[in-house]
Design a protein. Structure first.
Ligand code: V47
Ligand code: SF4
Length: 402
């Protein structure tokens, strides 16, 4: 049954709760749902129901296409002046002996090590330290672009920008314009956590607050540039805090249109100050993807970060509103493995990603950071070396009885 038939079937279900039926009708007609309806979805919406709605929206926007990209991360340092309670990564307080601080040269060498690889994006994110100031990052971006102009630099979050701009005494608009001139191409979605002060004060007290996070993205969008947004869910927040978070993002997106993708980040509880808080179930992960897809009607993409939630959950998420999977990664990020993610050395070849997507009946398309199509893998098969060729039939071994 296709996505349209499933939602019509649901709308005709006399046993469906009246309020859930009203929401389903709104989704069917492309109408926006309210904050109270969002909370109701979290409270009452069963997995199957939410999946029908979210998949309807996903397929209306993207059909069967599932995007992925080829990228690597640079994490400049795992030391940080902040003390977020969910962070398993920072070595400032505990295990200081395991801390690293990469130099400019080391980071450039990391970029150069991909010179013969078909990666399209470097994602730079890590801890916050005083020596990584505005001029350090501007020099880094400029040097990366000088070395490889086509490599998309997706770097830092409002957490770092707020900190370095404050130190340099520049306002957000000026600071972001300077970053753009230095070579910054886009901003990742991190540092958003949960915007609502009731929760943010408890888990991420000292870093930029919700308004500052949103203002920095707005300043970036006003330059005609794009960014992403995240939400760290499944810890001490309540459903109303999640909807408040999504509502603030939806409002800014109405204003600027500069967000490309929303990435829900599941709280992982290993080795941090919130280890006593249990992780939510995979069912809750899928419900959260679905509600995000339904609520954020003005976001083009919803992305599953497989390094955080496992390959299998990423596959399932493709039926709950997700149309994008990040990325090849090449074992260059530690943030999630240190927090207890199943993937301790996250890396997937193009072939593995393509097969992961195809195995659940979706159509894999490699994109660049701005969602321009690089390669359509719908009919591609791979040779022994992992190179893609045109479609052909798998050869079965045949016994020669002669
Ligand atoms: O802001 C930290 C999260 C984020 C934990 O924009 C944790 O394409 C769960 O934002 N459990 C950084 N999450 C990563 C990020 C990101 C990742 C992938 C793609 C993009 C994109 C952005 O990681 C932090 C924080 O919210 N995080 N610790 C933890 N224990
Ligand atoms: Fe620092 Fe980021 Fe960890 Fe917070 S989550 S302590 S800002 S590295």
């Amino acid at each position: 049954m296709d996505a349209e038939k499933r939602i019509t079937f649901l709308l005709e279900d006399k046993k469906l709760d009246v309020q859930l039926n009203t929401i389903a009708a709104k989704v069917y007609h492309g109408e926006r749902i309210s904050e109270s309806e969002g909370i109701l979805l979290y409270e009452k919406g069963e997995l199957g129901y939410l999946g029908v709605l979210a998949n309807f929206i996903r397929e209306k926007r993207h059909g069967n296409i599932t995007y992925f990209n080829r990228n690597f991360h640079i994490e400049p340092t795992n030391l940080c002046v902040y003390d977020c309670k969910f962070c398993s990564y920072s070595r400032m307080i505990k295990h200081r002996e395991d801390g690293w601080e990469a130099t400019m040269e080391q980071m450039l060498n990391q970029v150069k090590s991909y010179d013969n690889e078909p990666v399209t994006e470097v994602h730079i994110v890590g801890g916050v330290l005083p020596q990584y100031n505005m001029s350090f990052y501007m020099d880094l971006f400029t040097a990366i672009k000088k070395h490889r102009p086509s490599l998309h630099v997706k770097a830092l979050t409002p957490v770092e920008y707020h900190y370095i701009f404050k130190k340099a005494k520049v306002d957000y608009a000026t600071g972001m314009a300077m970053m753009k001139d230095a070579g910054l191409d886009s901003m990742p979605g991190g540092g958003a956590e949960i915007f609502h002060p009731e929760i943010r004060e408890q888990i991420a007290k000292d870093k930029c607050n919700a308004d500052q996070w949103l203002q920095i993205h707005e300043a970036w969008h006003n330059l005609g540039m794009y960014s992403n947004a995240t939400m760290l869910y499944g810890h001490i927040e309540q459903y109303r805090h999640r909807i408040d978070h999504l509502e603030r993002l939806r409002q800014l997106q109405d204003k600027t249109g500069g967000f490309q993708t929303f990435i829900p980040l599941k709280f992982r509880n290993k080795d941090n100050q919130m280890s006593h808080v249990p992780e939510v179930s995979v069912i809750e992960d899928l419900r959260n993807y679905a509600v995000s897809r339904i609520y954020l009607d003005n976001f083009p993409h919803i992305k599953a970060y497989w390094a955080m939630i496992s390959r299998e959950t990423a596959q399932l998420a493709l039926s709950f509103g997700v149309d994008d999977i990040d990325g090849t990664l090449d074992d260059t990020t530690k943030i999630y493995s240190m927090a207890g993610a199943e993937e301790q050395r996250p890396a997937m070849s193009t072939r593995e990603l393509v097969e992961l997507i195809k195995n659940v009946g979706r159509h894999p398309v490699e994109r660049d950071t701005l969602y321009r199509v690089i390669t359509d893998y719908k009919d591609a098969i791979f040779d022994e070396e992992g190179g893609a060729k045109q479609a052909a039939y798998y050869q079965l071994p045949v016994l020669d009885n002669k």
